[in-house]
Ligand binder design. Structure first.
Ligand SMILES: [Zn+2]
Length: 342
């Protein structure tokens, strides 16, 4: 396809091979391009940017068996096929020798992930899509939610049909959803990340399939009415370990660890976290092992938390998101996101 750099498969398989065999046949990143009733328009879903987040791929595999015929062209990218196939399948966020692809959508585009990000950007710019949805699994279990860089009616109308929460973040990490801010040819394009739930949750695959159906069936995205009930949470804080700090997950404080988080901290991904709940236990450094910077780089951890008799508590009601119980993700990415409520 002219001007497009990644392989484009225009006749997606609808055979009954297992997903793993399907990915092996691809061998690397590839677009599936479903022709639409109106081929002048194109909508895009990207998924499998993280190799341990299979729901977007599993849902696509299931949905393609119905031989869907979308209203517009629908391009679906399976990005980190190599990471997903690294043994054991669907357990590697990225291959050990590479960077997190969803931090590579800005210069300098170094290494294999940087080059892949640049190729994806080139393809998106060539297609000028009506929307781009980047489909992920959450690191812990929890309900689906969406993330965007700013408020936009089309984004809110789509999100409202797929999940109950939209997080508007001012943090800039080099993720795919930031492209409209940095690439003039994608300016104004509705883009968001859909975190469809935990990798092993059947409901996550259903949400992902719902996304494909919505994009395939909606005649006019701009005419989608606003969905009532979508909660929009603005500017969450990313709660991280300070460099060198240690973390464990347990039901009791672990000796010699800076912060032991409650082993089911991911239960806080739902609802409001009250100041009375024990989130974990702090070591001798207390809160100094944690940081929570806002989009302007200000440190806000003292506003969010306090220490009571060695325990970690919210200072005021918080909404927590993406709390993981995987200490590798906690160390390499973050512990969770928090939005202070009034
Ligand atoms: Zn992800």
């Amino acid at each position: 396809m002219k001007g497009v750099s990644l392989p484009v498969i225009t006749d997606p398989p609808d055979d009954h091979r297992e997903v793993e065999a399907w990915l092996q046949a691809l061998g690397g990143p590839a677009w599936f391009m479903l022709e639409g009733e109106d081929d002048r328009r194109c909508r895009v879903v990207t998924t499998l940017l993280h190799g341990n987040e299979p729901s977007g791929t599993l849902a696509l595999h299931r949905w393609l068996a119905e031989r869907p015929r979308p209203r517009t062209r629908l391009a679906v990218l399976l990005a980190n096929v190599r990471g997903a196939l690294s043994h054991p399948t669907f357990t590697h966020r990225h291959t050990p020798d590479d960077r997190d692809l969803n931090r590579c959508f800005r210069p300098p585009f170094e290494g294999p992930s940087g080059e892949l990000a640049r190729a994806i950007i080139g393809d998106l710019e060539a297609w000028a899509p009506e929307c781009v949805i980047d489909l992920h699994n959450t690191s812990g279990n929890g309900p689906a939610f969406a993330v965007a860089t700013h408020r936009q009616p089309v984004v809110e109308a789509l999100c409202g049909r797929l999940c109950e929460q939209l997080i508007v973040t001012d943090m800039r990490l080099g993720s795919l959803m930031e492209l409209p801010l940095t690439r003039p040819r994608l300016a104004g394009c509705p883009v968001f990340t859909l975190e469809c739930g935990g990798a092993l949750q059947p409901a996550a695959r259903d949400v992902a399939e719902e996304l494909y159906r919505l994009l395939a069936e909606c005649p006019d995205l701009a005419a989608l009415p606003a969905a009532p009930g979508l909660e929009v949470l603005v500017h969450p804080l990313r709660v991280e370990l300070c460099p060198g700090a240690s973390v464990a997950y347990d039901r009791l404080p672990r000796a010699g660890v800076d912060v032991t988080l409650w082993s089911r901290i991911d239960e806080h991904n739902r609802g409001v976290t009250s100041p009375s709940a024990t989130l974990g236990w702090l070591g001798p450094r207390g809160l100094a092992c944690l940081q929570a910077r806002d989009g302007e780089g200000r440190e806000r951890v003292q506003e969010l938390f306090r220490e009571r008799e060695g325990r970690l508590h919210a200072r005021r009601p918080l909404r927590l998101f993406m709390a993981t119980t995987n200490s590798d993700i906690a160390r390499s990415d973050c512990l969770f996101y928090a939005v202070p409520l009034a």
